[in-house]
Design a protein around this ligand. Structure first.
Ligand SMILES: Nc1ncnc2c1ncn2[C@@H]1O[C@H](COP(=O)(O)OP(=O)(O)OP(=O)(O)O)[C@@H](O)[C@H]1O
Length: 325
């Protein structure tokens, strides 16, 4: 059992009459990476600001490294945090190097870290150029470098890959893996980040200020009970396949490039594969478990579909687009 870096118990945050967060509980252990997801206005940034100690909860208990983040130790505590805000802004007239030196001084870190951080985020070539000449992706890289100053033990990254090209996104996730390997805890905050699931230990999905679901991807898959997709090419007509697989609760639809798409209840996976392979008619096959995007859509949909937002349904969804049966 790792030590808790964040303990949030039944936290609510009101802004006037608006309930931005409602009875939210969350824990984060040492070296854990959490994907915090939710629609616009779901309460992600509010959660970040609470953890940073910039605002206080209206109700509930919040501890970061065992302390109240807006209490007497808040300044010391923040030295252990790295924060990349959404839409990061810098002093436009300063160079990238000067920006990092400025933040290094604020964080009481040595200035010698600046060059290596710029190299780490691929900005060495532009370090003496003014930030006003930087592209969106370069600003985002500078923001990441800023968040890494002082070797933080907890990183809060709000929409970290916005503006990054595919190579930079890949480098970013390698950095997350490396941080995790060093025992740094990370919260990645986003609507949904494509490709993030391999790099997170757990996901937490917020909707209208409530925690809709949280757990490992496997736990979320189990709770959502979404079908896995099997895409295949077969010599058999779709109707025959549908007939063969009906008793397993499989629905068969048409996919791209003449392939068939089978929505298969997870519990029936092995039996379905056995049946498909038995007659030797399958020419090509791919199996795709429910993605994080589909899990997010599922849990987010539960609250959007529900008129009473205090009661969240976790219903199974075993349908597929364009089903032929
Ligand atoms: N300082 C504030 N005063 C009043 N309302 C606020 C304040 N900050 C946030 N809110 C409201 O609280 C709710 C949650 O906002 P929050 O910024 O946490 O959402 P979010 O999930 O980060 O959204 P986004 O994805 O758009 O960044 C929203 O309805 C927002 O308008």
């Amino acid at each position: 059992m790792t030590q808790s870096v964040i303990e949030m118990a039944s936290v609510s945050k009101r802004f006037g009459k608006l309930n931005a967060l409602n009875d939210v509980s969350l824990t984060l252990g040492e070296g854990e990476v959490l994907g915090l997801m939710g629609h616009n206005g779901a309460g992600k940034s509010t959660s970040m600001k609470l953890i940073l100690g910039l605002i206080r909860p209206t109700a509930g208990e919040l501890r970061v490294f065992g302390h109240d983040p807006s209490g007497a130790e808040s300044n010391e505590l923040r030295l252990r945090l790295g924060y990349l805000p959404e839409n990061v802004q810098f002093y436009e007239q300063l160079s990238g190097c000067e920006v990092l030196r400025y933040f290094a001084k604020l964080k009481r870190a040595g200035l010698d870290v600046v060059d290596s951080l710029l190299e780490r985020v691929g900005l060495t070539h532009a370090m003496h150029r003014r930030v006003k000449t930087y592209s969106k992706g370069m600003r985002q890289r500078l923001g990441l470098a800023q968040a890494l100053i002082g070797e933080p033990r907890l990183m809060l990254l709000d929409e970290p890959t916005v503006g990054l090209d595919p190579m930079a996104t890949r480098d970013f996730y390698s950095m997350v893996d490396e941080l995790r390997g060093r025992g740094v805890s990370v919260i990645l905050c986003s609507h949904v980040l494509p490709g993030v699931e391999r790099h997170i230990d757990r996901a937490a999905i917020l909707g209208q200020g409530r925690m809709l679901a949280s757990g490992s991807i496997d736990e979320l898959r189990e709770a959502a009970n979404l079908p896995l997709m099997i895409r295949l090419r077969s010599a058999l007509p779709p109707e025959t396949l549908a007939q063969q697989l009906r008793s397993f609760g499989v629905s068969v639809g048409h996919g791209n490039m003449g392939r068939l798409e089978l929505a298969v209840p997870t519990r029936a996976k092995v039996e379905v594969l056995r049946t498909l392979m038995a007659d030797g008619q399958v020419e090509d096959i791919d199996i795709e478990p429910p993605t994080l995007e589909s899990l997010y859509a599922h849990f987010d949909g539960t609250i959007r579909d529900s008129s009473d937002t205090s009661e969240v349904r976790m219903s199974a969804n075993a349908g597929t687009e364009g089903a032929v049966v």
